[in-house]
Design a protein around this ligand. Structure first.
Ligand SMILES: NC(=O)CC[C@H](N)C(=O)O
Length: 201
C-alpha cells in the first residue's frame, strides 16, 4: 500500500456514491466493489447503509459472502454504517431467519431499534477519537448495539431523549461501525478516521 490506500465501497445496494466521495475527500482512492477481483484489490472496505437483509442476499448471489468473511478474518479494515453495522455484527436481533452476517465485530445489534420510538432523527454525539465539535449523526431506521464483547471499544452513545445511552458507534481493532450515516452530513471526520485506520494497518 502506498500512502494513498485503496478503499472499496460494497456496491450491491445502498448509498454507495456518497461514501465514495467522502473517502476521496479523505485522501483515499475509492472504488465500488461488486466482484471478487475488486474485493481482493482493496486495502479496506466500507459497507454502506441500505437494507441489511437485501444486502446479505446479494452478497450470496454475487458470491462475495465467504470471501468477505475470509478477508475480515484475515484482518482487513472495514467500516459499516447502519445496515453495514448490522452485517458486520456477530449477532442480529429482529432480523429475518435467513439473514446472513459477517461476524467481523463481537457485538449484538438490534435492527430497526429506534423504530419503536421514531424512525429517523438527528443528534450531536461525543465521539471518542474525533476531537472538536460533536459529530452530527443522522439515524435512518437505524440499529443500536445491545452487547459488546471484551475487545470492543464503545465510541459513541445517544446523548439524550428516549433512546439515551444506547451505543451507536464501536470499534474492534481494524473494524469500525456506526448506527448512523456520516456520508450525508458533509462532515468527513468519521471517514477520515477510517482512512487513517487503513493507513495505520
Ligand atoms: N439506513 C439503513 O441502513 C437502515 C438499515 C435497515 N433498517 C436494515 O435493517 O438493514
Amino acid at each position: 500500500m502506498t500512502n494513498q490506500p485503496t478503499i472499496g465501497v460494497l456496491a450491491l445496494q445502498g448509498d454507495v456514491r456518497e461514501h465514495l466521495a467522502a473517502l476521496e475527500s479523505s485522501g483515499a482512492r475509492a472504488i465500488g466493489v461488486r466482484r471478487l477481483s475488486e474485493l481482493e484489490s482493496v486495502d479496506g472496505l466500507v459497507i454502506p447503509g441500505g437494507e441489511s437483509t437485501t444486502m446479505s442476499r446479494l452478497l450470496s448471489v454475487f458470491e462475495l459472502l465467504e470471501p468477505l468473511r475470509a478477508r475480515l478474518k484475515d484482518g482487513m479494515p472495514a467500516y459499516g454504517s447502519c445496515a453495514g453495522m448490522i452485517l458486520l455484527a456477530s449477532e442480529i436481533l429482529d432480523t429475518r431467519p435467513d439473514a446472513q452476517h459477517l461476524d467481523g465485530l463481537d457485538i449484538t445489534v438490534r435492527r430497526n431499534a429506534f423504530g419503536r420510538q421514531v424512525d429517523s432523527f438527528e443528534a450531536d454525539l461525543d465521539f471518542t477519537g474525533i476531537d472538536g465539535d460533536p459529530v452530527r449523526a443522522v439515524f435512518i431506521r437505524a440499529p443500536w448495539v445491545e452487547r459488546v464483547g471484551p475487545g470492543v471499544d464503545v465510541l459513541a452513545r445517544v446523548p439524550e431523549g428516549p433512546a439515551a445511552d444506547h451505543i451507536v458507534a464501536v470499534r474492534q481493532g481494524p473494524v469500525l461501525a456506526t448506527s448512523f450515516h456520516p456520508e450525508v452530513t458533509g462532515d468527513g471526520r468519521v471517514h477520515q478516521l477510517f482512512v487513517d485506520m487503513v493507513r495505520g494497518n
